[in-house]
Design a protein around this ligand. Sequence first.
Ligand code: 4NP
Length: 145
Amino acid sequence: MVCLGNICRSPLAEGILKSKLNPDFYIVDSAGTSAYHIGEVPDHRSIAIAKKNGIDISNQRARKFIANDFNEFDLIYAMDIENYYNICSLSTNKSNLLKVKLILNEINPLKDLSVPDPYYGGDYGFENVYEMLDKACSIITKNIS
Ligand code: 4NP
């Protein structure tokens, strides 16, 4: 799960998808395409909305997406179109490129919609993001398990 800062959207996506999958069989992680927040805990508003839904993401720490992630993961979900292109730009072959998907295309195939960046918005933005990611992660879970 990849966003810009790895403190708002992708930590939520990681926590939500982890909550739906058996940890014995799936590794779920998140990262940011920027280095702005490396080492930081998720935004307090992401921690709060996750907690409200029974998910603890407070142990996560932000990291930067690196090219080796293409070797480590089978599927890479970008939260928005800019991050999608930034991830793709680190890919060196077609099979890596095919791993990269826009997460909201799971809900609305081929629409190329972006999860809105809630960083500068209020709490409502985080509720909205949570709902979108929960729907997308349910579909991902159904498709891979
Ligand atoms: P995220 O949100 O990409 O969902 O983690 C952001 C967090 C921080 C910044 C931008 C987006 N920032 O510019 O610091």
